[in-house]
Ligand binder design. Sequence first.
Ligand code: SAJ
Length: 420
Amino acid sequence: MKIAVIGLGYIGLPTAAMFAKSGIDVIGYDVNQEVVKALNKGKILITEPGLDELVKEVVESNRLRGVTELEESDAFIICVPTPINEDKTADLEYVKNAAKTVSKHLRKGNAVVLESTSPPGTVENVVAPILAESGLSIGEDVYVAYSPERVLPGKIIQEIVENDRVIGGINEKSAEVVKDIYKVFVKGNIYTSDSKTAELCKLMENTYRDVNIALANELAIFCEEMGINAWKVIELANKHPRVNIHLPGPGVGGHCLAVDPWFIVEKQTQKGIIKKSREINDYMPHHVFNKLKSLLPDENAKIAILGITYKPNIDDLRESPIIELINLLIGKTNYRLSIHDPYAHKDMVSFSHLMADSIEEAVKDADILVLGVNHDDYRGMDFEMISSLMRTKHVYDTRNFFSEEKLRDCGFKFTLLGRD
Ligand code: SAJ
């Protein structure tokens, strides 16, 4: 069997490598020649724990190779991005282009799988008609299915194998054929359904989290008005066996939770809680911005921000709420800013001149330290030393991460999102 993976990003590359590791002949196709060139040297241009070793191994054993022209294969797996347009609808250009490329190489008996997160109906109404241009009968000559990725960035190698998987076929035969393909490396259960159900299932997984986090954020804002600790409320409420409230914070980032719910909203005639939740979560950086302004009435103040990625211990800045906060501070105020993040490199941001090389440099002469993301690197920080460097000893914790007691012992004022 030979498998072609189209799109060698965070999902395509590990998928290609996993099939290759299972002994299958795999080609990886990407429109970006740099990615293909690197792959053929056994190298990757993204950061994901364990992926570099895995790719090196399968490239060296000639199981995986990068191509700039797609070739005939038995199965084609499309893993291209689905960005979001200005008007919050899905941009399906990459999916359409990938499907067009595949349709030129299709033969009877092939399978085509879409993994890209897409609005319900994409496989049936967008991908299948393009594949039909090959002249083959979709569902009979060519098996077509949707199979969403569910992996958590930072844990992809483990989760791609262990997580349960949903495969939604354009018909039953397609679902069964594609299930047999993924069986070679997936250890989790594989469930089959139709393609629209699988598409919406993927979107609802992330929407469930987004709505739940919006609930926590609404609670946080309410608790700040009431002087109640939202984190404590959630901790205690979650002792109930059927309650699982997520955590509040400065907003929701990443290319999944902050985007996928919109792919449902775009198809809804009656908008409701899903759209509202997106708005609540998108408001959170503004909430933190307003809080900072109220804490620091003098715009000569210096703000040190620690942690800017969209979640802890990864280098991904996509949709990061802290970047949004920084842009608000730069665009609308005259505060002096100093920013630190052990994962974000200077060349990844537009405000590289504000990036400090160390925590010490960031907090020097600052009037407030804002914790944006709870990276492990910030555990056990030496607050005695930090207090000697700051001009005003004040910490604003947006993640309930630091020990308030320890900070107060070092003479800090402590402000907690969701309480103060
Ligand atoms: N966040 C909160 N409160 C919480 C949990 C998260 O504010 O209680 C924030 C985080 O700080 C972050 C954002 O939400 O900014 C998203 O983080 P995440 O860890 O929830 O999710 P992602 O976007 O990294 O990955 C999600 C995962 N989906 C689910 O857990 C349902 C992953 O399994 C999916 O594969 C991925 O989206 C995707 O590609 O769709």
